[in-house]
Structures are given as C-alpha cells and as structure tokens.
Design a protein around this ligand. Structure first.
Ligand code: NAP
Ligand code: HSE
Length: 432
C-alpha cells in the first residue's frame, strides 16, 4: 500500500475550550507533527455558531463558517474533528461526514453513548476510522488501551471516577467540610462546573462515559437509559465525617461488572475503603480501574478535563487518523458482540450499604430497625449511634454486609414505618 506526502485537510467543528486548544496546538506543533507522520495537518475550515465571538485563539477569520456544508462538501477535507458537543446537530454532521468517507475524531461522549454503535458501523461500512479517545477521561489514554492493549483479556470489571467536577466537589466536602451547595459554588467559581451543572452532579456525564467504556470492555451495546444512576446532591457534610470514621472516602463511581451472562452497570456515590487506590484520586482528577482475567487490575489516572489534556487526546487521534488516511488503510473497531449478555436489573445487584437513620432517642428503636433488616435477610456489620445536640433525636449509622438491592429497599420501607424512626436520611452503597 503506497503513501504520499501531501497535506491532510481538517474540518474543525467547534472552537470553544477544546477546539481552541486543538487549533492552537496544531499550529504550534505543526513542524513536529509533520516530521512525526510525514504529512502536514492543515485546518481548512472551522465551524462555529457565532463568528463574531471573541476567542481564546485568534483563528484566520477566512476559515470560519457557520455552514456545516462548507466542511462536509469540501473534498479537500478528509478528516473532521468534532468538538462542538451535544447530540444534535453533531449526530447529523458526523453521519454525513462518515457517509462522505471522511475520517472522524470526536470528543463527544453524549453522541458516542447514544449513537456510538451506529456511527462505528457506518465508519466500517465506509472504510474510515471514527476515533473518540477524548470522550472519556479527557487526557487519560483509556479508549486505545481497551481497543488494543487489553484485548487479550476477558474484562470483568470497570470501576471509574470519570467526572472531574463531582470529584472536585466531593474532595472539597471531605477536606474542608461545608455543604454540597458551598462546594458546588466553589467549583463554579474555579471554572470546573458549568453554570448549569446538572449533567455533572446528577451523574449523567459519568453515565455517558460508562456506556462508552462498557461497550469496549464487555463487547455489548449499552444505552444510557439502561444504567442505574444516582447523583451526589443529597450527600451531607456529616456523611463525609462518618465515612472517614469508618475508614472510607465518598466518590461518585461509575461501575461495570460482569457476572455470568449479566453485567451490572451503575453510577452513584459510593463509600470507597481508604486503602483502595481510587479513594485517593482527589480534586478534578479522573481514574479508571480495569480488571481482567489475565492482567488482574490496572489503574489509569490523570486529568479528565481541561483544554490541553483533552487536546492531547484529540490531536493524538488526529495524528493516528492522518497516518491511516495517507496509507489508505483504516483500523475498524472489532465488531465482536457478546450475544446473550444483558444488563443486570438493579434489584438483583448485591452490595454493602451505609445507612444513616434519624430516630427518636428512646428504648427499642434500634432493636426494631435491626429486626426489620433481619426480616429481609440483611446482616448488620456495624452500628454507631450519634446523638444530635439539643433535641430528643439521635442518628444511627449502620453498615450492612452484602445484601440484595430489592431486599434493602423493602427493609427501608419497613424501617420508615417503625414508630420512633424520623426518616432514613441517607443510603450509600459501598465499593467492596
Ligand atoms: P464549548 O467550549 O462550549 O465549545 C463548543 C464549540 O462548538 C463552540 O465554539 C461553539 O460555537 C461550537 N458549537 C456548538 N454548537 C454548535 C452548532 N450547533 N453549530 C456550530 N458550532 C457549534 O465546549 P467544549 O468544552 O470545548 O467541549 C467540546 C466537546 O468536548 C464536548 O463534546 C465535550 O463534552 C467534550 N469534552 C470537553 C472537555 C472539557 O474539558 N471542556 C473534556 C472532555 C471532552 P460558538 O463558540 O460560536 O458558540
Ligand atoms: N464536565 C466534565 C467533567 C468534563 O467535569 O469531568 C469532561 O468530560
């Protein structure tokens, strides 16, 4: 297969936080990259919404357009880099790009989580690559290792901290105390959290990323609606204090675990034992732990967001695509799918639980709670009673042994009906 030394034309969709980084680095390191791959990478057009906006990177105004057809219909553009975000119009544009036999690099997790299987199929059909390293974990290499380096393994577990905003908030609540709202305000002031942080704090962003990882790890197509999801907004300052007393950190975990022909898929806050590596992944860092039958566990850790870390992943994909374009080859993702694998209903998941229950401070309440748990075959591992100053109420913190989710939920309904129980204020699952 021959290669030539022509320039590779790029159409850049988006010139925001990531797009500006990509444009800047492609310009700054143009010489290095050309020596590295034997071709110049040249941005031919840039798609934005508002051409009059002042930008962090001053691009030649002649390249800027608001018309996607200027990129999609240009035969000299062989590679589309999509860093706009959102489902539409990105989905439509990338379908059109692949159908026009253009290679595609994207950082868009929502798009890959919802339409990845279809878009990758389209890429195969048109003999081009669709690369998406930046869609999970920003600058952390995780997609390429799952596609290649870990392929000899049967992957049984993925446990990840894959949202920098929530990890920053949880770390701040652990280290400095304060409420969720205080920590969120600090994250917004530092530019970590979006003005509308819903996708981050409700675990939606992490769910998208888990779908992408699960598809690669377990060879199954997963839609975000199939993932059990709980956000971090209900965690209180004292949960962090009690967790530490018990020897745990609290993290928003995205978890996939294969058990026979079923896969658990869940995103929720979790108590993580302090001696586990994930417990010390702090601030805006991300980490992904992969467990396989051959290599045991490996942990990938690094900056999960930000202009330059994300640019690192996008540009690496662009260089990879450029080499394939020049050699007229493509490296399709394995289309292997494990027939018969299905998502485990959350009711059937077994895990340990941390429960914080507000009770009237009088005899017999604790015994009734223990009875309700025992009735549902849930065994208590430890109990701490905390007095609440100046009131006739106390807080009971219970750690359970492994229990089935459906049994735990039934027991909680029973506990809420016990005279003397004010409410079940907190339920957090434990990462074993
Ligand atoms: P951003 O700062 O909001 O930039 C988005 C860019 O896309 C802007 O230049 C915007 O144009 C353009 N755009 C959006 N919708 C458009 C439309 N309908 N037509 C034309 N242009 C449009 O976003 P970002 O933070 O760079 O994120 C980009 C992508 O990277 C997202 O998929 C995100 O999830 C992913 N990502 C981001 C990070 C991060 O740290 N920021 C990390 C990993 C992955 P205007 O400037 O004219 O408004
Ligand atoms: N909002 C995301 C985060 C950006 O906080 O991790 C990177 O995907």
């Amino acid at each position: 297969m021959g290669s030539d030394r022509r320039a590779i034309g790029i159409g850049l969709m988006g010139l925001g936080v990531v797009g500006s980084g990509v444009a800047r680095i492609l310009q700054q390191k143009a010489g290095v990259y050309e020596r590295q791959i034997g071709h110049a990478l040249v941005i031919r057009r840039v798609l934005v919404r508002d051409p009059s906006k002042e930008r962090e990177f001053a691009i030649d105004p002649a390249l800027v357009t608001t018309n996607a057809a200027d990129l999609l219909d240009d035969p000299e553009i062989e590679l589309i880099i999509e860093v706009m975000g959102g489902e539409q119009p990105a989905y439509r544009y990338l379908r059109d790009a692949l159908k026009a036999n253009k290679f595609v690099v994207t950082a868009n997790k929502e798009l890959m989580a919802k339409h990845g299987a279809e878009l990758l199929g389209l890429a195969r059909e048109h003999k081009v690559d669709l690369l998406y390293e930046a869609s999970v974990g920003g600058g952390i290499p995780i997609i390429a290792p799952l596609k290649r380096d870990l392929l000899a393994n049967d992957i049984v577990g993925v446990t990840a901290i894959i949202n920098g905003t929530t990890n920053y908030i949880l770390t701040s609540m652990t280290k400095h105390g304060g409420s969720f709202h205080d920590a969120l305000a600090a994250a917004q002031a530092l530019g970590y959290a979006e003005p509308d942080p819903t996708n981050d704090v409700e675990g939606i962003d992490a769910t998208y990323k888990l779908c992408i990882l699960a598809a690669l790890a377990f060879h199954m197509d997963v839609h975000p609606d199939q993932v059990f999801r709980e956000g971090i907004t209900k965690l209180a300052e004292r949960d962090f204090r009690y967790a530490r007393e018990l020897g745990y950190a609290i993290k928003l975990l995205a978890m996939g675990r294969k058990q026979g022909d079923q896969v658990q898929l869940r995103v929720h806050p979790a108590l993580v034992p302090l001696d586990q590596l994930l417990a010390s992944v702090d601030g805006a860092l991300n980490a992904v732990e992969i467990e396989g039958d051959l290599m045991s566990r490996v942990l990938f850790q690094g900056p999960g967001a930000g202009s330059l870390p994300t640019t690192s992943a996008v540009v690496a994909d662009a260089l990879d695509a450029a080499v394939s374009i020049s050699n007229r080859v493509y490296w399709p993702l394995s289309s292997r799918r494990e027939a018969g694998l299905r998502v485990m209903p959350m009711d059937d998941v077994r895990t340990r639980y941390y429960l914080r229950i507000g009770v009237a401070d009088r005899p017999g309440v604790l015994a009734s709670i223990a009875g309700a748990l025992s009735e549902r075959q849930i065994s208590i591992a430890s109990v701490i009673q905390k007095e609440v100053d100046g009131q006739d109420t106390a807080e009971i913190v219970i750690m359970t042994h492994d229990a089935r989710e459906a049994d735990l939920q039934r027991a909680l309904r029973d506990i809420r009906g016990i005279a003397g129980v004010v409410d079940v204020d907190q339920v957090v699952r434990v990462n074993s």
